[in-house]
Write a protein that binds this ligand. Structure first.
Ligand code: SAH
Length: 361
């Protein structure tokens, strides 16, 4: 039994079932046993591979996108470069290398990481030693005339969600409870009264058929609120890349990934990555409501090709032998093909209305 499972069983037996959001947050970030407190989660050895871990080209293209925004903002110095959930720091290292030739940009940039995991902070420090670390976006210092460029790749999908189910004509919140199984105790989904976050569920979904599942992610909306406030006050631009859907829809997207395989999210808490698909329509609406202009979500494949990934791949491939060229082509496909990361992953840009439209949309 994992340390976390024991902890949950005791807690639920003492105080009753917990919301899926509370379960997800603790599974990922519990100080001793949380999933992200361990380092070996990324890459072929770990549980999942993200775009920056697939290829340096991903970070390079994002870097050039950011440099374009900086130039369109009239080259502010200093400028905050903020990454939410930087993982191993690979994306930021690739961004910083790619923007070196952009005159004065590297010198103007102050790198801030928003990272909850102490283990991952250590990994990030190896790749980007000059960064500053914060627990939340709100804690990144603000100063007049210092705009922020904000990037988040596979960050929003890790934020805790609430789930509801329509059963017997009524909505219940899906909670994690304890059931007896093979003379032992196991974690299982049980129904409970809907908490206040149920008000975030779309009215059309509430009116849906028996058995419908609804999901909401209040933490994501709150971070969009913080991004909006920062960009409205000091200027800048934000880019969020994640897997998710364009239009609000009913359905269960809560999933667990372990060693590149889907597994039961309740089976081994703390040992699998837990995520939910991102509702881009809601994120976009939240930012628009706060006065920002939103672009996208564009399909990742289309976005990357539109900002020059094809040309970059060609240049890179020409520097190596045949095997290297084949590897670059395979990475390019992985990032852009519709049956790989090209369409499931989407890109949303947010910025104040005054800034000229960003490339790639
Ligand atoms: N962006 C990286 C890592 C994605 S995994 C990449 O693309 O490879 C999610 C990252 O978000 C991890 O670094 C994780 O520790 C961090 N994270 C998850 N929830 C967080 C939260 N609530 N606050 C801060 N960081 C969080």
């Amino acid at each position: 039994m994992t340390g976390l499972k024991d902890h949950f069983l005791k807690r639920i037996e003492a105080t009753g079932p917990m919301t899926l959001a509370a379960y997800m947050a603790e599974c990922l970030m519990h100080p001793a046993h949380g999933y992200y407190q361990q380092q070996a989660v990324f890459g072929t050895e770990g549980d999942f591979t993200t775009a920056p871990e697939v290829s340096q080209m991903f970070g390079e293209m994002i870097g050039l996108w950011l440099a374009d925004r900086w130039i369109k903002m009239d080259r502010p110095n200093p400028v905050n470069l903020i990454e939410l959930g930087p993982g191993r720091g690979t994306l930021m290292a690739d961004i910083l290398r790619a923007v070196e030739p952009v005159e004065d940009f590297s010198a103007a940039v102050q790198v801030h990481f928003v990272e909850a995991s102490q283990q991952l902070r250590a990994a990030q420090a190896e790749r980007v030693p000059n960064a500053q670390w914060h627990d939340t976006l709100a804690q990144v210092p603000e100063a007049p005339d210092v705009p922020s460029l904000i990037i988040a790749n596979e960050f929003f999908d890790a934020l805790p969600i609430h789930q509801y189910e329509k059963t017997g004509g009524k909505w219940v919140e899906r909670m994690v409870g304890v059931v007896a199984k093979d003379e032992d105790s196991a974690l299982a989904l049980v129904g409970g009264p809907c908490g206040p976050q149920f008000s975030l569920v779309d009215e059309a979904i509430k009116a849906g058929p028996e058995g419908s599942i609804a999901e909401v992610c209040p933490a994501a909306l709150s971070i969009i609120g913080d991004i909006s406030e920062r960009l409205n006050t000091h200027g800048g631009a934000a880019l969020a890349v994640d897997y998710g859907y364009r239009k609000t829809a009913a359905g269960d997207t809560f999933q667990a990934l372990r060693k590149h395989e889907f597994t039961d999210p309740l089976a081994a808490p703390g040992e699998a990555d837990l995520t939910a698909h991102v509702n881009f329509e809601l994120l976009k609406a939240a930012a628009t409501e706060k006065g920002l202009k939103a672009y996208g979500p564009a399909m990742q494949g289309m976005f990357l090709m539109a900002i020059g990934l094809g040309a970059r791949a060609q240049v890179l491939a020409s520097q190596g032998d045949e095997a290297f060229q084949a590897a670059i082509l395979s990475d390019l496909k992985r990032l852009t093909a519709t049956d790989q990361m090209g369409t499931l992953f989407k890109v949303l840009a947010l910025q104040p209305h005054e800034l000229p439209p960003p490339p790639g949309f």
